[in-house]
Design a protein around this ligand. Structure first.
Ligand code: MTE
Length: 307
């Protein structure tokens, strides 16, 4: 994020997407399957129709890459550290405190919060602000189902998420790499959007520790730093919450963080990306390819100002 630059492949090597297929299909509904049950995701087939996207030729990222190349500063600032430093982390039992503008503030067990909700099986294109991307088969619940369960008051306008603060279990929190705990937020309409997930699994297995076990946010049209991991608190507010990266470096990271190839990061272009596992660069799509579904959330907003 602050430290690393995207790899430096000349823009002459950017291959625009030539072949576009309209493959806006669902990758199978896992509603009947229990959370964390073994699925047969599209990963097994190699090529994937990415659900909800504007369509693009996409292949599911190798599971090994997605679980060993991580940003998770609570477990180190190098991408290969979280898999090692998080391996003994125990994500269960887990509780999530729900507070602020909700009907009944209370602490939920993991099962009380997400159990009995429909399990979604969604393969999403994920775009990191560092100009790399992956395609991940997630399992989880729609955040809107969780919000309906916790009943926001009519005055609620935003949702704030907080990661576990436990330096004894999270060695990165014994350093000053970031102000802890990590925080993120969404506007309530973004949080209620059907594409927005609270993920509990990937590749048909429970979420690995290094990817944010047991519960993390997945918002496929935003840069990856919005995808806060190991969530222990959900707070409904009427004002825009402060968020970690926008606090640390407001000129580089905004609250909205919508993937936008037209707005460069101050230190590098966002016009293209490298898919992990590929060498060529590909063009970055507005809203990461989900414009059809989400652009209307931002009608009338200057997306250069609200980056
Ligand atoms: N959540 C917490 N708590 N701490 C972090 O450092 N990194 C973010 C996000 N969520 C981060 C976090 C960033 S910068 C990215 S790109 C994604 O997690 C990476 O998710 P992945 O490791 O599953 O690919």
């Amino acid at each position: 994020m602050l430290i690393r630059h995207p790899d430096d492949i000349p823009s002459s090597e950017i291959t625009p997407e030539g072949v576009y297929h309209n493959r806006r299909q669902f990758i199978g509904t896992a509603g009947a399957l229990a959370l964390g049950a073994l699925l047969t995701p599209a990963a097994a087939c190699g090529a994937a129709g990415v659900e909800g996207g504007d369509s693009q030729e996409d292949k599911v990222t190798d599971e090994e890459d997605a679980t060993s190349y991580n940003n998770y500063y609570e477990f180190g600032t190098d991408k290969d550290e979280p898999i090692e430093l998080a391996k003994n982390f125990k994500p269960k039992p887990w509780t999530v405190k729900v507070e602020g503008l909700v009907k009944t503030p209370r602490t939920y067990s993991f099962d009380d919060l997400v159990g009995k909700l429909d399990v979604q099986d969604r393969t999403y294109r994920m775009r990191c602000v560092e100009a790399w991307s992956m395609v991940i088969p997630w399992q989880g619940v729609q955040l809107r189902d969780v919000l309906n369960r916790i009943e926001p008051l009519p005055s609620a306008k935003f949702v704030e998420f907080t990661t576990l603060l436990d330096p004894a279990r999270m060695p990165g929190q014994r350093t000053g790499a970031l102000p802890w705990p990590y925080k993120e937020g969404l506007r309530l309409d973004e949080a209620m959007h059907p594409l927005t997930l609270l993920a509990t699994g990937m590749y048909g297995k429970s979420l690995p520790n290094q990817n944010g076990a047991p519960l993390r946010l997945v918002v496929p049209w935003k840069y990856g730093f919005k995808g806060i991991k190991a969530i222990v608190k959900i707070r409904l507010t009427d004002t825009q919450p402060r968020t970690t990266w926008a606090d640390v470096n407001p000129s580089e990271y905004g609250f909205f963080a919508n993937v936008n190839p037209a707005v460069d990061h101050p230190r590098w272009s966002q016009a293209s990306e490298r898919r992990i596992g590929e060498f060529r660069r590909r063009a970055t799509l507005p809203f990461n390819g989900y414009a059809t579904q989400v652009a209307s959330l931002y009608t009338g907003m200057d997306l250069r100002k609200f980056y």
